[in-house]
Design a protein. Structure first.
Length: 322
């Protein structure tokens, strides 16, 4: 039996340990961690949506996507711009840590300048969101979607910054390009995968071939090739997408999906099918520059909620392009 099949079976089996209720001490610890995240977000922002959770990120710097620095600039890991928290755990080590060996390994990604700026200027806000994601992942809800309400709201930029923040804490983090209509992560980070995730879903290409590992960034990327995917809704609704979800759940502490814009006629059916078939556990919505319409959030919550996915909160990007 291959490592991939073993990982898939382990991730999806229903054993007594998974179904057992948490001990009172564990439950109290989780409630305390969640309360801490929400209280810190409320204290910093002065406002909180009772229904949709904290509004943790309100950047003063540019949040709109920008092109990365091109040839001639030395590559440095984004973690070099991050002050590691004093209580950050060491990098996770286990027998499963290296079973998914990436098809491409590089020293570092070439991070867009806006990511460097946001990491330096908005580190506190990013850490509060990272705290929330960590609480979810610790509770076993490790597949997290990043979703823009509308196009050009800084969703990809925010996802990149959060992935770097989590990786800087020593977590095993996978960043997944799930924006099948407008894939961009590979080109923004200036890397070329051995194969695109599309080929894994369509042709059964080994998943590892589509994974790129940046050793200095301590971050892996599951990339799409830089073109629109035909029949993407059918592909993400297939068996290979379920296998991908199982392997990622087994191999990583946190998996962040850059899913694109919900209120986009081409993207929405793909997003809904991704959530349903891959079992995305929770979604964070990026909105701005104006506050989100509660009716739009209700629609998102209802659509994803039918498939057991929770709307965890929203991130206000107050300098997004209108």
């Amino acid at each position: 039996m291959t490592n991939t099949n073993q990982a898939f079976i382990k991730a999806y089996r229903h054993d007594a340990a998974q179904g057992a209720p948490a001990s009172p001490a564990m439950a109290d610890a989780e409630r305390a961690a969640t309360a801490s995240v929400q209280e810190s977000a409320s204290a910093a922002s002065g406002e909180r949506s009772a229904l949709y959770g904290p509004r943790p990120l309100s950047a003063a710097g540019a949040m709109s996507p920008q092109r990365p620095v091109r040839a001639g600039q030395e590559k440095q890991p984004l973690s070099s711009f991050i002050a590691r928290p004093l209580n950050a755990p060491p990098a996770a080590q286990s027998a499963d840590a290296e079973f998914l060996r990436p098809g491409t390994t590089i020293a570092s990604f070439q991070w867009p300048p806006v990511c460097r700026a946001l990491t330096q200027q908005c580190g506190e806000q990013l850490d509060r969101v990272a705290d929330l994601i960590t609480v979810e992942a610790t509770a076993g809800r490790s597949l997290i979607g990043m979703l823009g309400l509308f196009p050009v709201r800084g969703t990809t930029t925010t996802t990149l910054c959060l992935a770097a923040r989590l990786a800087g804490r020593g977590r095993r983090v996978m960043l997944v390009d799930a924006n099948f209509c407008r894939p961009r992560l590979a080109s923004w980070l200036e890397v070329v995968p051995t194969a695109g995730w599309q080929e894994v879903l369509k042709q059964g290409t080994p998943l590892a071939d589509a994974v790129i590992r940046a050793k200095n960034d301590r971050l892996d990327l599951l990339a799409l090739v830089d073109r629109k995917t035909e029949n993407a809704e059918r592909l993400v609704g297939g068996l290979q997408a379920i296998v991908t979800a199982g392997v990622l759940r087994h191999a990583y502490d946190v998996v962040l999906f850059d899913m694109g814009a919900f209120f986009d006629s081409a993207s929405q059916p793909i997003i809904v099918e991704l959530v349903r078939n891959m079992g995305i556990d929770g979604v964070l919505v990026v909105t701005g520059p104006q506050p989100a319409d509660a009716r739009d959030l209700d629609i998102v919550a209802a659509q994803i909620g039918r498939n057991g996915c929770e709307l965890l909160g929203m991130i206000e990007n107050r300098v997004a392009k209108p």
